[in-house]
Design a protein. Structure first.
Length: 262
């Protein structure tokens, strides 16, 4: 991919609670060394993990409720309010749990719902975790995840034309205009979105979470094995670290920047 080859952001999402509903955003500020605001700010511990909120450290996603193993999470519609720290969870249109995640009572209300409704998947009492500005990312660094919609369309072809909802990949940015799989060659390069700059640091290895339809909660596809058979790897998408502040939004151009211009 050349520096002159630009693309466009067509979708922008955050995931306040790991494993729960993506929330669309029209615009968002990016800050150096940070995720999107409140992205993966919380997680639901599945059995004792030893996580210390006073000294938060990265832990593997297997310590938490997550779509790779708990596809029923996709049947829940959750919304987080920044001003009040309130999480509201609905199922089939009805509110089933609500609480301020920065209070013990609010966390207990959410935990009670999962205790009552997620047996026998639980390894112990579920606990709502927060580490202040810690990110419960799948990788041990604060990143922004990017999916190339051209690659999603290529996966649909691999699957014989089956529709693949882009939200299966739970990315922060969805990009249109890059050739399929060209994003995998961007590791080490810098992306420009307005004043913001992001350095691509890693390809994303896909797990079984992508097999779950985000609208029906059905585990209905085999995306990682399909990637492996067709490409010899299970990578789709890239992680990038913010290296210069800026505001970004849907419709913004995203371009590769020549090293000497950074």
């Amino acid at each position: 991919m050349t520096a002159s080859q630009t693309a466009e952001i067509t979708g922008l999402y955050r995931y306040p609670i790991k494993g729960l509903t993506p929330e669309p955003l029209p615009r968002v500020p990016l800050r150096t060394g940070q995720t999107l605001p409140a992205d993966r700010r919380y997680a639901i511990e599945n059995g004792p993990s030893g996580f210390d909120p006073e000294a938060p450290a990265w832990m593997p996603k297997t310590q938490f409720l997550m779509l790779m193993r708990n596809e029923r999470l996709a049947a829940l519609d959750s919304r987080f309010e920044d001003a009040t720290n309130r999480l509201t969870i609905r199922k089939d249109g009805e509110v089933v749990a609500s609480g301020d995640l920065e209070t013990a009572a609010g966390r207990a209300a959410i935990e009670s719902y999962f205790t009552e409704n997620f047996q026998p998947e639980l390894k112990g009492a579920p606990k709502l975790l927060s580490g202040r500005d810690h990110s419960f990312s799948d990788v041990a660094r604060k990143v922004v995840s990017i999916i190339n919609l051209g690659s999603v369309r290529a996966i649909e072809t691999m699957l014989g034309g089956a529709a693949v909802h882009p939200l299966r990949f739970r990315a922060n940015l969805y990009v249109q205009g890059w050739p399929a799989w060209s994003e995998l060659d961007l590791v080490g390069q810098t992306l420009a979105i307005g004043q913001a700059r992001l350095k691509v640091v890693k390809r994303i290895v896909r797990c079984a979470a992508t097999n779950v339809d985000p609208q029906t909660a059905a585990r209905d596809l085999e995306i990682p094995p399909t990637l492996s058979r067709n490409l010899g790897h299970m990578d789709c998408g890239i992680y990038a670290e913010v290296i210069a502040d800026g505001e970004i939004g849907v419709g913004d151009a995203i371009a590769v920047v020549e090293p000497q211009l950074v």
